[in-house]
Design a protein around this ligand. Structure first.
Ligand code: DSN
Length: 414
C-alpha cells in the first residue's frame, strides 16, 4: 500500500514540500535536514504502540521491544551529554519545559528567564504562555550597550527577586553562555538552575559549545535543531533529580509516549556520537562566523556584533526595512529565514526589526565558507531591493543552482 494510491492529496503536498526543501536555502536557525535513518525510524511500526510509564513499569502489555528501544535511547542520551539521567519522552520543547516546571515549581512560584525580545523563548515567562500565566515570571535582559548577558546584573536582580528557578539557554542569542556563572548565581539565591539547550544541543554534543551538564539541575532540549534528530525533546539532569524529572513528564504532563519518535531519537543520538558529527558541529559555527563577517562587511549590523554559535541576528533598522518585509522578500527569492525581535525592539513581535539567520541546515547540505559568502551577498541584495521583482527572480535562480550542487536526500524519490 502506498500513500500515492491511497491519499493522492497528501502525497502531492508532501512531494511539493520535498521539492521545495530541496530547492530553497534554509537559514532558519532552528531547522535542519534529518537523516534518512531518523526518518525511517519515525515512520516505523513503533507508532502503533501504547507505552504509558517507563521501561519495565508500563501500564500496557506487549512492550518488550519498545522497552529496549526506549532504554537504548536513554543510555545513548546519557552518554552523549554526560549526564546521570535522561528522559526521552517529551513530545516537544514546550512540553519538556512544562514538565520541568511541573517537576521543580508549584503554580504561582517565581522564576527568572530571558525576556522574549532579548532572545528568550515563549515558554521562559511570556505573559501569553503557560509559563507567564501560571507562574510569577521575572524577565532579565541583555546589556543595552553590548547586547550580551551581564552576569553581575543578573546576579543583582536574582538577589532582589529571590526566584525559585532561573532559566538560561535561548532561541536567539548569538553568544556562548557561561553556565558556571549561572550556577554561582543560582547557589547565591538558592534557585534551581534550568538550562534550555534546544538551539545548541548539537553544538554541545559536538564539543563546540559549553556544556551545562556539570552545573544544571535540569536541562531541556529539543532534538530536531542543531542535534539533527526527529521533532521532539528530552530532559536531562543529574541522577538525583531523575525521579522528579520522570514524574514531571509522566504522569505529570504527558500520557502515552511517541515510541516511534523515541526510536528516531535513539538513532539521532547514535549519529551524534560519531566523529563526523564533531566535524559537522565545528563547520556549523565556522559557517555562521563567515556569514556574519560577510554580512557586516556588506553593511549590515548584527546584534552583539558577531556570533560564536550557529545563529546570528541582523538588526535591520539602518536598512529601513522591517523583519516582516525582509523575510517576505527573501522568501520570494528562495531564501528561507525568520523575522525576529532584537533587544529593545520598538516593533511588535509580528513585525520586528530583526532577522534571525542560522547555518545548521546549510551545513548539513555540505555548504562551507565560500557558499556562506555567496549567500550573504544574495541576502544583502534582496534586503536592499525588496521590491525589485526581477532581482528576486534572478536570486531565486541562483539559489536553485546552488541547491542543485548541494543536494539533500540524493536517492530518495516520491
Ligand atoms: N520555534 C523555535 C525557534 O525557532 O527557535 C523555538 O521553539
Amino acid at each position: 500500500m502506498k500513500l500515492k494510491e491511497t491519499d493522492s492529496a497528501i502525497y502531492g503536498l508532501l512531494r511539493e514540500e520535498f521539492d521545495y526543501q530541496k530547492s530553497t536555502l534554509r537559514l532558519i536557525a532552528s531547522e535542519n535536514y534529518t537523516s534518512k535513518a531518523v526518518m525511517e525510524a519515525t515512520g516505523s511500526v513503533a507508532t502503533n504502540k501504547y507505552a504509558e510509564g517507563y521501561p519495565g513499569k508500563r501500564y500496557y502489555a506487549g512492550n518488550q521491544y519498545i522497552d529496549q528501544i526506549e532504554e537504548l535511547a536513554i543510555e545513548r542520551a546519557k552518554k552523549l551529554f554526560n549526564v546521570g539521567h535522561a528522559n526521552v519522552q517529551p513530545h516537544s520543547g514546550s512540553s519538556a519545559n512544562i514538565a520541568a516546571f511541573f517537576s521543580f515549581l508549584e503554580p504561582g512560584d517565581k522564576f527568572m528567564g530571558l525576556e522574549l525580545p532579548h532572545g528568550g523563548h515563549l515558554t521562559h515567562g511570556s505573559p501569553v504562555n503557560f509559563s507567564g500565566k501560571w507562574f510569577r515570571a521575572v524577565a532579565y535582559g541583555v546589556d543595552k550597550e553590548t547586547e550580551a548577558l551581564d552576569y553581575d546584573a543578573i546576579k543583582k536582580q536574582a538577589i532582589e527577586e529571590k526566584p525559585k528557578l532561573i532559566i538560561c539557554g535561548y532561541t536567539a542569542y548569538p553568544l556562548m553562555i557561561d553556565f558556571k556563572a549561572f550556577r554561582e548565581i543560582c547557589d547565591e539565591v538558592g534557585a534551581v538552575m534550568m538550562a534550555d539547550i534546544s538551539h545548541f544541543a548539537g553544538l554541545v554534543a559536538g564539543g563546540v559549545y559549553n556544556s551545562p551538564a556539570p552545573y544544571a539541575d535540569v536541562i531541556t532540549s529539543t532534538t530536531h535543531k542543531t542535534l539533527r534528530g526527529p521533532r521532539g525533546a528530552i530532559i536531562l539532569g543529574p541522577e538525583e533529580n531523575g525521579k522528579k524529572i520522570d514524574k514531571g513528564v509522566f504522569p505529570g504532563t504527558q500520557g502515552g509516549p511517541l515510541e516511534h519518535v523515541i526510536a528516531a531519537k535513539a538513532v539521532c543520538f547514535h549519529e551524534a556520537m560519531q566523529p563526523e558529527f564533531k566535524e559537522y558541529a565545528t563547520q556549523i559555527v565556522k559557517n555562521a562566523k563567515v556569514l556574519a563577517e560577510e554580512l557586516v562587511s556588506l553593511g549590515l549590523r548584527l546584534v552583539a556584533g558577531k556570533t560564536n554559535t550557529h545563529v546570528l541576528l541582523v538588526d535591520l533598522n539602518q536598512k529601513g526595512i522591517t523583519g516582516k518585509d525582509a523575510q517576505a522578500a527573501l522568501e520570494e527569492a528562495g531564501i528561507i529565514t525568520n523575522r525576529n525581535t532584537i533587544p529593545f525592539d520598538t516593533r511588535s513581535p509580528f513585525v520586528t526589526s530583526g532577522l534571525r539567520l542560522g547555518t545548521p541546515a546549510l551545513t548539513t547540505r555540505g555548504m562551507k565558507e565560500d557558499e556562506m559568502k555567496h549567500i550573504a551577498r544574495m541576502i544583502v541584495k534582496v534586503i536592499e531591493n525588496p521590491n525589485d521583482s526581477e532581482l528576486k527572480l534572478k536570486v531565486r535562480s541562483e539559489v536553485e543552482e546552488l541547491c542543485g550542487k548541494f543536494p539533500i536526500y540524493g536517492d530518495v524519490s516520491y
